[in-house]
Design a protein around this ligand. Structure first.
Ligand SMILES: C[S@@+](CC[C@H](N)C(=O)[O-])C[C@H]1O[C@@H](n2cnc3c(N)ncnc32)[C@H](O)[C@@H]1O
Length: 229
């Protein structure tokens, strides 16, 4: 996959400030207990082996501070959630919330979501979320964008029929970019029938920290839902 060359830069910053003592402890103690096994060593991953109690499995790519992931885990106890994030402060924040709220249905991949996606068994996911991916506005950086033909192909492979891919962005160009690439992925159908369907955040979709910042700064997010045919 040509994209792998860009992994280091795609991440952006992996850490912004030192972890608090409790966060550092959770990285040492809780993370190993709920980490997705390293596919480079463990081989292909069948998500139901991570969550033996359910076959409803959702993946969030780039969960940031984990607000959306933790909310979904708390409100959907019958669902297993996998979150992928290379930013250590975000992972540590989510770990604290998992401990505080006793969330037992989250597994974390601390790193690049893309090798994880490639390692997951086809047709194994019910939902994939990519909320406010890094926009990489400069044309020469577009190759670093998470959404691209490879991503749509992988999403189509991973989702079971009727499964959903949810993408949000506050950057008009990134929204247009996503819809353009979606046209090259006929197995994923954009579900919007009227403007309200993409202008309004669905009720089961909580606001993330990044989204709150975007709205404060006067940008208007779009919420795109694609269904696996
Ligand atoms: C703009 S932030 C949005 C975070 C969060 N989804 C939100 O809405 O608050 C984009 C996130 O994507 C993560 N990210 C970037 N490249 C990634 C990759 N290859 N795999 C997984 N996450 C990635 C970044 O670390 C960052 O946390």
């Amino acid at each position: 996959m040509e994209q792998k060359n860009y992994i280091a830069r795609l991440y952006g910053r992996r850490q912004d400030r030192p972890l608090k003592p409790r966060q550092a402890r959770l990285m040492e103690t809780l993370l190993p207990r709920i980490a997705v096994p390293d596919s480079a060593q463990a081989g292909p991953i069948v998500p139901t082996t991570l969550f033996p109690q359910t076959d409803q499995i959702w993946l969030e790519v780039g969960f940031g501070g984990g607000e959306h992931l933790a909310y979904q885990a708390a409100h959907n106890p019958d669902v297993g959630l996998i979150g992928a994030e290379p930013f250590v402060n975000g992972v540590a924040k989510l770990l604290a919330r998992i401990e505080d709220e006793g969330l037992g249905n989250i597994r974390i991949h601390f790193g690049d979501a893309r090798p994880l996606m490639e390692a997951l068994a086809g047709g194994s996911l019910k939902r994939i979320f990519v909320l406010f991916p890094d926009p990489w506005p400069k044309k020469r950086h577009w190759k670093r964008r998470m959404i691209n033909p490879w991503f749509f192909k992988e999403a189509a492979r991973l989702l079971m029929p009727g499964g959903e891919l949810r993408v949000a962005s506050d950057i008009p160009d990134y929204i247009a970019w996503t819809l353009m690439h979606a046209r090259g992925a006929p197995a994923l159908e954009w579900t919007a029938e009227r403007a309200a369907d993409w202008k309004n955040r669905p009720a089961d979709w909580p606001q993330t920290r990044y989204e709150a910042k975007a709205i404060r700064e006067g940008r208007t997010p779009a919420y795109l839902i694609f269904r696996r045919l």
